[in-house]
Design a protein around this ligand. Structure first.
Ligand code: ATP
Ligand code: MG
Length: 498
């Protein structure tokens, strides 16, 4: 039987201070169904890229298997799906039946071959790209987060499909998906990497047992860390207020002050604030180091500004949107103050389109029915895709959001400090999602539009998000395929179906 042997492998990206992997040793059997888990940015995607031979590392990886990676890059999405498939697989026309067999198992209509790839629903795209990896039966598949964007039914179909296969590594943050698919776990922990026989639940149970003493120390440290974060945010708010107050005073009293004097004073204050911030961050890092492998979950908070009136924020009546062949199903609902309204429905039904129409974003749709939105609401919109670019500081300046609050939220979400100056484009998918999430959390808002907030986020971060919504009961319109989230937070469910 074939194996993959990883021997003494070390790797870091150019600008990193420390190794991402340090003398890694692993032995994997080619028949195992492996789930690769770990917090965002730990190196899951990087590990798969090393197996594919796309990155230069020291040490060696010994294997004679053919590796395939999902998601493959589709260069031209305007081509017919059949052309995309041929380009990636290099199969001839007479061999395409092999893919049709796999597509059938994934319950995909074979007519999608004749459709432009760009017009397939996210679920169909995922299934087509998965199917073509499994045509080579001797291959070993490396599957990077197939469940993002998939609706509940889609996840079930993909889970059943993978269960019938042997020999692959799948990355996912969806616990129930992993439980039904895998028989081994590779876990990238804070200080090491381990392999374990079992599914996600059995892995978690033994993990907690193993780290029990650490877990006890964790509670006290958690409190200390939360306190340090709060002090940092308070200090920032205080120094802002003092500055604002000073400026107002100067304006009213028409005092002529020496500009140079103000400049030096401001610079001194800034420097002081920076030193204090560095001290807090170092203290937090020191505390975290005391715990070897235990993850820290701090409480995150929405910068929710509660309004006393009106009671009704959004009213949608008999709404349908149409464009060519696409028609969204007729829908009516209300978003009342302090309610979380979940829009639930399968891939491609038009949830995001409805969101954007309510937000007044221009779209090529003809609208029937009414949309009313209360005046003067501060709305925070978290988009479905990770579209951000630039550094975090640039983003907070553009959107005029308190940057210290954003950094503090990111730290609580397990984000490493060295990433603060990195452009978002260079981050892992989950790290990008955290930046978008932290911006929305930190922005002052009366109403939230959150479109699939949990995509790409690791298990711990998901729990933090759920806890924050439960605690604050903000007014929110929510789309997500994560059943745990919907069940835990929604006051009203709006079901969309044809
Ligand atoms: N091209 C790159 N250049 C520099 N740093 C990178 C690059 N790609 C990833 N990184 C960094 O390497 C680390 C590991 O990234 P990787 O994408 O492997 O994480 P991951 O475990 O897959 O995370 P996620 O769960 O968010 O997908 C992260 O800190 C990330 O910011
Ligand atoms: Mg990744």
């Amino acid at each position: 039987m074939g194996t993959i042997q990883i021997e003494n492998v070390s790797f870091k990206y150019d600008q990193m201070m420390d190794n991402l992997f340090d003398s890694l040793n692993l032995k994997i059997d080619e028949s195992w169904k492996l789930g690769l888990i770990g917090r965002n940015g730990r190196g899951k995607t990087t590990l798969l890229k090393m197996l594919l031979g796309q990155l230069k590392y020291s040490g060696q990886i010994i294997s004679n298997l053919n590796f395939y990676y999902y998601p493959q890059t589709v260069v031209n999405k305007d081509l017919l799906t059949v052309e995309v498939v041929k380009e990636i697989t290099q199969l001839e026309d007479y061999e395409l039946w092999k893919i049709e067999v796999e597509l059938d198992k994934l319950k995909v209509d074979p007519n999608v071959f004749q459709q432009q790839f760009s017009t397939l629903s996210p679920g169909e795209r995922t299934k087509v790209l998965l199917a073509i990896m499994f045509v080579d039966e001797s291959g070993f598949q490396l599957i990077d987060e197939p469940t993002n964007h998939l609706d509940i039914e889609g996840r079930q179909i993909v889970a059943d499909y993978l269960k019938s296969k042997k020999g692959f590594i799948v990355i996912s943050h969806d616990k129930s998906f992993l439980n039904s698919v895998i028989d081994h776990v590779i876990s990238i922990n804070r200080s090491d990497v381990s392999v374990y026989k079992g599914n996600f639940d059995t892995w978690q149970a033994q993990w907690e047992l193993k780290n029990q003493t650490e877990a006890e120390e964790k509670e006290q440290l958690q409190k200390d860390i939360n306190r340090l974060h709060e002090t940092a945010v308070k200090r920032e708010n205080w120094s802002r207020q003092t500055e604002a107050h000073k400026n107002r005073k100067q304006y009213h009293e028409k005092v002529h002050l020496d500009k140079g004097f103000i400049g030096t004073k401001a610079a001194k204050m800034m420097k002081k604030a920076k030193t204090a911030e560095n001290r807090v961050n170092t203290a937090i890092d020191e505390k975290k180091k005391l715990l070897k492998n235990i993850e820290i979950e701090a409480h995150i908070q929405l910068n929710y500004e509660k309004k006393n009136h009106p009671d009704l924020f959004v009213q949608v009546e008999n709404l349908t949107l149409r464009h060519d062949k696409i028609v969204t199903p007729e829908v009516s609902f209300k978003v009342k103050r302090d309610h979380v309204v979940a829009l639930v429905g399968p891939n491609g039904i038009g949830k995001t389109t409805i969101f954007r129409q309510i937000l007044g974003i221009s779209q090529p749709f003809t609208q029937d029915g009414n949309i009313r939105v209360a005046n003067n609401l501060k709305i925070s919109y978290l988009r479905q895709d990770n579209e951000l670019e630039g550094t975090i500081r640039q983003l907070t300046e553009q959107k005029q959001i308190n940057s210290e609050l954003v950094f503090s939220n990111l730290r609580k979400l397990g984000f490493e400090r060295h990433l603060f100056e990195q452009p978002v484009e260079k981050m892992s998918q989950g790290q990008r999602r955290k930046v978008a999430l932290a911006l929305s959390l930190s922005e002052v808002a009366n109403l939230y539009f959150w479109d699939e907030p949990l995509n790409y986020l690791d298990v711990i971060t998901r729990q933090q998000v759920i806890a924050a919504i439960q605690k604050q009961h903000p007014t929110m319109l929510l789309i997500d395929h994560d059943q745990d989230l919907i069940d835990a937070v929604s006051s009203v469910k709006v079901n969309l179906h044809h």
